[in-house]
Every structure is written in structure tokens, then in C-alpha cells.
Ligand binder design. Structure first.
Ligand code: AP5
Ligand code: MG
Length: 217
């Protein structure tokens, strides 16, 4: 099963992707995670991306398209994949289509997680992520058992650099301008599966499972 997770910053794409990975055993491909790892390692890619990410702007299309082109050819994508945070612009969506055609694959579902902007700001300002395993928490909505420590692996929780309120506002504006048009793009292709992204994480996951129309293993 080949999936795209669409939705504004903070909608819960990463959270739902991790739940999909566990149940459907297909890899999560998050361009945001790949870029953050590159920034941390100080690679050329990281140097290119850092300034855009810190400001909350999108990294240039050709950079992320190159990442996805390579990643989708990895053997673990054979049985499916979850694209989390890609595509985010119309040129990215068109490039994805071309890449998939070349490797004889296609998108089965585009899960669009809908959440209003005030809720998004609340979620992002309180988000904490595990440095070690990438586990996702929220200081109010999904707190770890021990403050600052990951429940899953005992790793240290940190706050993302772009989760400051001013940067969050820029990310939301970028989303409206550049990414929201993809809703109609995929609606026209009859691939869009709208999900109400407010409520408990497992209730939202139930909606996702229903939208995918298959029973997880
Ligand atoms: P990226 O890492 O993709 O960030 P984003 O799209 O801004 O989305 P987030 O990861 O912030 O949110 P999410 O939807 O995953 O929500 P989460 O599950 O964490 O991109 C970062 C940057 O990289 C971009 O700004 C750009 O510069 C660059 N980039 C990446 N891809 C690019 C591309 N394709 N093109 C160009 N540039 C690109 O949840 C958020 C919080 O809410 C968590 O604390 C979670 O615990 C909590 N939460 C989740 N679900 C619920 C719920 N149901 N109720 C209450 N709280 C909840
Ligand atoms: Mg994410």
C-alpha cells in the first residue's frame, strides 16, 4: 500500500505515520526527519536546508525531490510506503508522479488530516520528540510518564527548533500558500481521504484504517 499523508504542520502526520508503520509494516518516509538528520550531521544537504527550515520556509523543490527519488528505490519500499510531508507543492506532486511511473508504482490513498490553526499552534508549542527513537509526545495531550524522558526507550526528549510560535506562524502560512492546493489536486484524482484530526490519537487512527479500506494485520 502506497500512501501520502497530507495536512498542515502539527496535524499529526508523524503521529499517525508511526501507528501505520506498526500495524501495516510499511516504512515512514518523512522529508522533515531526513532533512533534520542531515542538518544534525552537517552534510551538504543539511547545510543547504538549514536556513530554510529555521525560518519555517520550504526547502527548494529540487532538493526534496532528489531525496524522494532515491529513497523510493530502496528495497524496503517494495511492499509499500508512507510519504509524510511530501509532496508539499504542485511541482513536487508532479515530480512524484513521474518518479512513480518510472518505477512502476502508484499512490493508493492520500490521507488528509484536517485540524484548525489554533489547535495546531497548541500542539506544536507543546510537542516533544525523543532524540533517540523519534517517539512523539506532548506536554499536555500526550505527556511522557517521566518528564523529559521517552516512555519507549528512555531517551531524552527535546523541542524542535522550528516549534517557536513565530516560526510556526510562518510554517502555517507556507502551508496555506504552497501545500493546501494539493487537496484539490488529489481530490480531482479521486485519491483524497479526509480525516477529522481532532480527538484521541487512536480514534483518529481508526478513521485512517477505515479510509484505507483494509484490515491491518
Ligand atoms: P516536517 O518535519 O514535515 O514538519 P511539518 O509538516 O511542519 O509537520 P510537523 O512534523 O510539525 O507535524 P506533524 O503533522 O507530523 O504532527 P505531529 O505528529 O508531530 O517539516 C519541517 C521542515 O522541513 C519544513 O518546514 C520545511 O522547511 C522542510 N521540509 C520538509 N518536507 C519538505 C518538503 N516536502 N518540501 C520542502 N520543504 C520540506 O504532532 C504534533 C504534536 O501534536 C505532537 O506533540 C503530538 O504528540 C501531538 N498530537 C498528535 N496527534 C494529536 C491528537 N490527536 N491530539 C492532541 N495532540 C496530538
Ligand atoms: Mg512530522
Amino acid at each position: 500500500m502506497n500512501l501520502i499523508l497530507l495536512g498542515p504542520p502539527g496535524a499529526g502526520k508523524g503521529t499517525q505515520a508511526q501507528m501505520i508503520v506498526e500495524r501495516y509494516h510499511i516504512p515512514q518516509i518523512s522529508t522533515g526527519d531526513i532533512l533534520r538528520a542531515a542538518v544534525k550531521e552537517g552534510t551538504d544537504l543539511g547545510k543547504q536546508a538549514k536556513a530554510f527550515m529555521t525560518k519555517g520556509e520550504l526547502v527548494p523543490d529540487e532538493v526534496v525531490i532528489g531525496i524522494i527519488d532515491q529513497r523510493l528505490r530502496e528495497p524496503d519500499c517494495k511492499t509499500g510506503f508512507i510519504l509524510d510531508g511530501f509532496p508539499r507543492t504542485t511541482p513536487q506532486a508532479e515530480a512524484l508522479q513521474a518518479i512513480l511511473t518510472k518505477i512502476e508504482k502508484s499512490v493508493d490513498h492520500v490521507v488528509n488530516i484536517e485540524v484548525d490553526s489554533e489547535e495546531l499552534v497548541r500542539r506544536l508549542t507543546g510537542r516533544r520528540t525523543c532524540k533517540n527513537c523519534g517517539g512523539m509526545f506532548h506536554i499536555h495531550f500526550h505527556p511522557p510518564q517521566k518528564e523529559g524522558v521517552c516512555d519507549r526507550c528512555g531517551g531524552i526528549l527535546y523541542q524542535r527548533e522550528d516549534d517557536r510560535e513565530e516560526t510556526i506562524r510562518t510554517r502555517l502560512k507556507e502551508y496555506q500558500k504552497q501545500t493546501a492546493p494539493l487537496i484539490k489536486y488529489y481530490q480531482d484524482k479521486r485519491l483524497l481521504r479526509p480525516i477529522q484530526g481532532v480527538g484521541g490519537q487512536s480514534q483518529i487512527f481508526e478513521q485512517v484504517v477505515r479510509a484505507l479500506g483494509t484490515t491491518p494485520a
